[in-house]
Design a protein around this ligand. Structure first.
Ligand code: CA
Length: 229
């Protein structure tokens, strides 16, 4: 079953930069895909959904800013985190990038360490389920780094899909998600799965959680949520 691994897409035509960035991001635990122009980036996005895009400003076919504006005007991608890479240090260019919806920008030359820190900060801000801090709800603790789940400090055996589902729900407590939303968020936008797949995994998740199963609430005719209430 396709589970979305945290993938970062880099759109950059300067190969040494692509190699440097890929090397350091892979070292930090991400899957890295690279394309070298905006047309290939757009094609990529029709098939795969990265967790974040590193988008160069100067690209051979058209500017990264044009692609950014296309991404932001598409409702499938308007919340996708984007960091602009720019050789320009002019203040007005940074403002233009942020105006078009970039979440952050980083000026070349940058250190891989700085880039990794900026990516982590942005992911923490925009997608708490991919953050590194342990998340708690009632007796339950989910550690996204070690992928461990515990109840009152006792470890719980949990499947990979159930872990991802739980990690998403605990990162967004007190919010109801439809089955369709959970398929998108946990299994990825392009997963071809039936909505009852979600019910199957919710059932397994509750079983795994044992006495903490009360945290996973069914909201009738809507979907599911994690709530301590
Ligand atoms: Ca470039």
């Amino acid at each position: 079953m396709a589970i979305t691994e945290p993938t970062i897409l880099i759109v950059e035509d300067e190969i040494p930069i692509v190699e440097l960035v890929s090397f350091s991001l892979k070292g930090a635990g991400w899957v890295v895909d690279a394309v070298h122009n905006t047309a290939d980036a757009w094609t990529y996005l029709q098939n795969k959904r990265p967790q974040l895009i590193l988008l160069d400003w100067m690209l051979p076919d058209q500017s990264g800013l044009k692609l950014l504006s296309r991404i932001r005007s598409d409702r499938n991608f308007n919340t996708l985190p984007v960091i602009m890479l720019t050789a320009k240090s002019m203040e007005e260019d940074k403002v233009a990038g942020l105006d078009q919806g970039a979440d952050d920008y980083i000026t070349k030359p940058f250190s891989p360490r700085e880039l990794t820190a900026r990516i982590k900060a942005l992911i923490r801000r925009k997608m708490p389920e991919h953050a590194e801090l342990a998340m708690k709800a009632g007796p339950l603790t989910v550690d996204p780094v070690s992928c461990r789940v515990s109840i009152d400090d006792e470890p719980v055996e949990i499947g990979h899909a159930e872990f991802k589902l739980l990690r998403f729900l605990i990162a967004h407590p007190e919010r109801v998600f439809t089955r369709g939303q959970l398929l998108d968020k946990v299994w990825g936008d392009h997963a071809v799965l039936e909505e009852r797949t979600v019910d199957v995994h919710i059932l397994r998740l509750r079983k795994a959680l044992g006495r903490a199963d009360f945290l996973i609430k069914t909201v009738r005719s809507v979907g599911y949520m994690l709530s301590e209430k």
